[in-house]
Design a protein around this ligand. Structure first.
Ligand SMILES: Cc1ncc(COP(=O)(O)O)c(C=O)c1O
Length: 474
């Protein structure tokens, strides 16, 4: 007892000695489990029925001691996830997390700063704003551009639509879509990330508001079709509010014609957004940043640090030169908040209220690697994907996309089963991970380099795995 008060609950707030012991143990255990995961099968090996039985025993009636609980949890993750930190995961855009970002999570977890306002977290808010400013500058946006960290690319894209609606009619904030004289529409290509449908739903414009524009044979938005669709919609009384070009499509890593899309948006007075959730990291490379020419014309940009920047999960960015639109869209008054700086406080400029110190992950990674370090990371992925392309083409596969980024879509040689079956067998075998997707109307095997340490032996394992999965007895 502490005077008249009951003592703290030691299971939640143990003494410093125990914390130190458990943290040391955790550090070693995590390193060992990660090393095993990097060498072992990419796919989960968990017995799900057993997990359900063990979960059922957690009735939370009698407390358990922490150390066995941590050991149990690490075992569930070691056996119960697709291992992004396995260098044979040639996967979706999910990376092996870099080390500075993991350190950032530990620091943020220890201090648990509340980033809603600069009043409660002056240092973290300033650090995040500094990183966003640096990325905006790297993208070539006008000076003074800003924005904020988001939990995801989807949240950043959603923010773009909210800003577009807010700018299109200042009455939107009060009246919602009733502010407009006709149905609202926004535009992206058939290859856009499908979360845009959920965003349309969330924003109240309805899923039908998303106009999917045709793509060319390489999966890039057809700018002529875009222009024609906008003209036709306008004639029919529809109100276009936003064009979203994708810089690094999810399926095939293609880049829409950014400058032409910008010109069309400008001509029609609609918000121009570039979804560079994955491809945005190419800005770090002197050799590759030119591929994103036109991004500097954007009214807003989405970039996910938890994709090609390889931070831990939940580190998106929304970047815009129109900071006043953000302040308009997310304005609120709350006299209990420790500060009310209109253009600074995250709770006055973004979707979230309470927020984690997400941006520390990119701050530490970028500061540790520098632009050149990240440029080398991105260029390395291209070298690895090029090797995969050579090796597969040499074994009779054909490459069907022409991405200048690190995604390769391939078709198997004649006589092999369809891509979906090959991928199913590959994953069942577990030696490497690739995806199946549809590109240019055909099912393809999709390979993406997402691990910063994938080596030639890993490429070889993938190629062998795909051939074994496609060959007789595969
Ligand atoms: C181009 C693109 N935009 C947006 C997203 C959605 O990002 P998130 O998964 O962070 O919500 C993705 C996800 O892969 C993507 O590829």
């Amino acid at each position: 007892m502490d005077g008249e008060l009951p003592g703290p609950v030691t299971a939640l707030f143990p003494d410093a000695q125990l914390i130190e012991r458990v943290e040391d143990w955790l550090t070693r255990e995590l390193a060992a489990a990660s090393a095993r995961a990097a060498r072992g099968p990419v796919m989960p090996t968990l017995d799900r029925a057993q997990l359900q039985r063990e979960l059922a025993a957690f009735d939370f009636e009698s407390p358990r001691s922490l150390e066995p609980l941590l050991a149990w949890t690490i075992a569930q993750l070691e056996h119960g996830v697709v291992h992004l930190n396995n260098p044979r995961y040639f996967g979706l855009f999910n990376p092996a997390p870099n080390f500075p970002a993991q350190c950032a999570d530990r620091i943020a977890g220890a201090f648990n700063p509340q980033l809603a306002s600069s009043g409660s977290s002056p240092a973290p808010v300033a650090i995040e704003a500094h990183v966003i400013g640096a990325i905006a500058q790297r993208a070539g946006l006008p000076s003074g551009a800003g924005g904020h960290f988001t939990t995801s690319g989807s949240e950043a894209n959603c923010t773009a639509l909210i800003c577009a609606l807010t700018r299109a009619d200042p009455r939107f904030g009060t009246l919602g879509v009733r502010a407009f004289n006709g149905p609202v529409a926004f535009y992206s290509s058939h290859e856009c990330q499908p979360a845009w449908f959920k965003i349309a739903h969330q924003c109240g414009v309805g899923r039908a508001a998303l106009r999917l524009i045709d793509v060319d044979a390489q999966g890039r938005m057809d700018a002529d079709a875009l222009a024609e669709t906008l003209r036709r919609d306008r004639r029919e009384g529809i109100v276009p509010v936003l064009i979203s070009a994708t810089a690094g499509t999810t399926g095939a890593g293609m880049i829409d014609p950014l400058r032409r899309c910008a010109a069309i948006a400008h001509e029609h007075g609609v918000w121009y957004h570039v979804d560079a959730a994955w491809g945005g990291a190419a800005l770090c490379s002197q050799r590759l940043r030119g591929l994103l020419a036109g991004i500097e014309l954007a009214d807003s940009i989405t970039i996910d640090a938890h994709k090609w920047f390889a931070t831990t999960m939940g580190c998106g960015m929304f970047i815009t030169p129109h900071r006043t639109v953000l302040s308009e869209a997310f304005r609120v008054s709350a006299d209990f908040m420790p500060s009310t700086l209109e253009s600074v406080d995250p709770y006055l400029n973004s979707v979230q209220w309470s927020r984690r110190f997400m941006g520390l992950r990119l701050f530490l990674s970028l500061a540790a690697a520098g632009w050149d370090g990240y440029g080398a990371h991105v260029e390395r992925a291209l070298a690895v994907i090029e090797r995969a392309r050579e090796r597969l083409v040499g074994r009779g596969w054909s490459a069907v996309n022409d991405s200048q980024l690190a995604v390769l879509c391939v078709l198997p040689p004649p006589g092999f089963p369809p891509p979906r079956e090959i991928v199913r067998r590959l994953l069942a075998d577990g030696r490497a991970w690739a995806a199946v997707t549809t590109f240019a109307g055909r099912e393809v095997v999709r390979i993406c380099v997402t691990h910063g340490q994938s080596a030639l032996a890993d490429v070889e394992a993938l190629v062998e795995g795909l051939n074994a999965a496609g060959g007789p007895g595969g």
